[in-house]
Design a protein around this ligand. Structure first.
Ligand code: ATP
Length: 229
């Protein structure tokens, strides 16, 4: 099995691409969904956040007030580092568990949808292939305004807080340009899918797994023979 890292910019079209890949039967792990699951009420990460940040970051129903927490960490790099140190290990463990599950199910590759893949770079080294869902900055602004209802200025502020999408282009192995219409994007996703399906990148792990399994069977066979003699 091999890993494919998929990322992009805000409103560049990641969800659009991922939904086509899911339609095609691909195994996709969404890091955003996992990030929300690991801080649900009662989880170890939730308890640590309450311990360090206090009851102020909770909503009336006891769930985390993500907006409030977002404001706190946006203005304090130390608190952001503290929150990351609490949540990232749980997120990594959950992603690893899901990846192993897909491996057991026999998938040849798993696509990991990670919003900050190109910014943090730490996870890039585990990816056999990285995919950037690109959208030209002007179209990105227009789509974000349409989707969020925010003003042009607010949207530009949000975009300024991220690495510019053009600077991610040289970091990606494969680019899907979602600046055009949906049909054009679909065609590009079908091409990516064909490339992934025909890749032999899954063979090394499969051969290693078969070799380990065969080794274990051989050891057990030898042990059983000795016991019977
Ligand atoms: N090719 C396209 N043509 C027109 N609109 C599009 C196209 N692709 C995406 N959109 C629209 O642009 C918006 C952003 O797309 P999408 O949600 O797929 O991006 P995203 O990268 O997942 O966004 P985010 O990470 O910010 O949630 C959505 O409203 C979507 O319907």
């Amino acid at each position: 099995m091999f890993l494919v890292g998929l990322s992009g910019g805000i409103a560049s079209g990641k969800s659009t691409v991922v939904s086509i890949l899911r339609e095609l039967g691909c195994a996709v792990i969404d890091a955003d969904v996992i990030a929300r699951q690991v801080v649900q009420k009662g989880t170890p990460a939730y308890n640590q956040i309450v311990h360090h940040f206090g009851q102020d970051v909770l909503l009336k129903n006891g769930e985390l007030d993500r907006e409030k927490l977002g404001t706190i960490i946006f203005s304090s790099p130390e608190k952001r580092a503290l929150l990351n140190s609490i949540t990232h290990p749980s997120i990594r463990r959950a992603m690893l568990r899901q990846t192993l599950w897909y491996f057991v199910l026999g998938y040849r590759y798993v696509i990991l949808d990670i919003p900050l893949l190109f910014e943090t770079r730490t996870l890039m080294r585990y990816m056999k292939l990285t995919v950037l869902v690109y959208c030209d900055p002007q179209t990105q602004v227009e789509r974000l305004i349409k989707r969020s209802g925010l003003s042009k200025e607010e949207v530009q502020n949000r975009l300024a807080a991220q690495l510019p999408i053009d600077s991610k282009l040289p970091l990606a192995d494969h680019v899907i340009d979602n600046s055009g219409d949906r049909d054009s994007t679909r065609r590009q996703v079908l091409q990516l899918h064909a490339k992934l399906e025909s890749s032999l990148g899954y063979l090394p792990t499969r051969i290693a797994t078969v070799a380990i399994a065969a080794g274990l069977v051989a050891i057990m066979w030898q042990l059983a023979r000795r016991l019977w003699q």
